[in-house]
Design a protein around this ligand. Structure first.
Ligand SMILES: *Cc1c(COP(=O)(O)O)cnc(C)c1O
Ligand code: SF4
Length: 353
């Protein structure tokens, strides 16, 4: 056989075949000039793998990735709901909590999720530059309190393997950085990216954690199972950060099925997020009490491993708070009454008072 040039990797080919224009979408959207404005403001990208999970208009996959005119017609929400810019000592690095930073290292994602809380930024030039990455590393190096670095974006795993390796090596060289975390939706939206080579490379940087992001049981496919298995086999603990989305997953049955299936692919539920108040995403918002109802519907009915923390990220930059359903009634003597998942009331005595 004649010598061949190294083939472009499968995931890069899939990414290059993404649908980015309305004309290429194999579905009929109503003809409306406002769609052009919408796509100009908030880019679309749906790679063929994720597109293949879509069954019909308005199904949970469709709702997550196909643009909706509500994104530009609904004025509710904030450009930067978590005040990330206000808490960024340098562009692309948010230092909100004492011991950890959020470091944006890629502007690209395998799919542009319509509900993204960083939709003001993702997919745009200038979100991440070689300089912002260099400055981010310098910042971490100079701040000894930072023991936990969370790489995010965009999607860090859309960086080339060699580039990512270089970046991880730079961060690992900083003695006070104890753990590295990567937030990535790739195991869900482009699992082909998780090649054996990538998993092996990531495994050089332990302790390294991955937070991935699945929102619906339809996303747990054989491909996603293989991808998560490869990461888990490389010794990487996997967590999931799901977002509650109206019309996608805002019911106890869907969330329970999702959490149980995540455990089957070796991913531990971490957070269930209330949708952030990002502009262009208001049509996805659910009442906060829905999240609490969902947690109540899980507690006791399924294993504690299946139950994520229900978290609200406060507008204005207050950070994440976790909410629990009201279960406890304190008594004056330090004892309390508590309601079980079956609705029975029990008394727990005062201890160590
Ligand atoms: C969510 C977040 C983190 C990580 O929070 P954990 O609760 O530790 O997972 C860190 N920094 C910022 C700015 C965040 O928004
Ligand atoms: S993968 Fe994450 S960062 Fe990228 S568009 Fe989706 S939610 Fe936003």
């Amino acid at each position: 056989m004649p010598a061949q040039k190294r083939k472009r990797s499968h995931w890069r080919r899939l990414l290059s075949e993404s649908v980015t224009t309305l004309e290429d979408l194999p579905l009929h959207l109503p003809k409306d000039d406002r769609f052009r404005k919408l796509l100009h403001q908030y880019p679309m990208r749906i790679n063929p793998y994720y597109l293949g999970l879509m069954g019909q208009k308005d199904d949970p996959i469709y709702r997550q990735c196909v643009p909706d005119l509500e994104e530009i017609s609904n004025p509710n929400g904030l450009e930067d709901p978590l005040d990330e810019e206000g808490r960024s000592p340098i562009p692309g690095l948010t230092h909100r909590y004492p011991d950890r930073v959020l470091f944006l290292v890629s502007a690209q994602c395998a799919v542009y999720c319509r509900f993204c809380n960083r939709k003001r930024k993702v997919g745009r030039p200038g979100m991440v530059t070689a300089q912002s990455i260099r400055e981010g590393i310098d910042y971490i190096r100079c701040h000894k309190a930072v023991r936990d670095v969370l790489l995010s974006g965009g999607d860090p795993l859309l960086l080339g393997t060699r580039r990512l390796h270089h970046l991880l090596r730079e961060i690992r060289r900083i003695p006070h950085v104890e753990i590295i975390r990567i937030g990535t939706r790739v195991p869900c939206t482009l699992p082909q990216r998780i090649t054996p080579r990538l998993a092996r490379m990531l495994g050089e940087f332990h302790p390294l954690y991955i937070h991935t992001h699945f929102n619906h049981p339809l996303e747990i496919t054989p491909e996603a199972t293989l991808a998560c298995g490869r990461l888990a086999d490389a010794g990487i603990p996997l967590g999931c950060q799901t977002v509650l989305l109206k019309g996608v997953n805002d019911s106890p049955g869907i969330i329970k099925a999702l959490m149980q299936r995540l455990l089957m692919i070796r991913v531990r539920p971490y957070y269930l997020f209330q949708g952030d108040l990002a502009k262009g995403t208001a049509h996805f918002w659910t009442p906060v009490r829905r999240g609490l109802e969902i947690i109540s519907a899980l507690q006791g009915y399924t294993s504690g491993l299946c139950i994520p923390h229900f978290a609200v990220d406060l507008p204005g930059g207050g950070g994440k708070i976790t909410l629990l359903p009201d279960q406890v009634k304190w008594q004056a003597d330090g004892s309390f009454l508590v309601k079980t998942y079956e609705g029975k009331v029990f008394h727990y005595p005062a201890t160590g008072e």
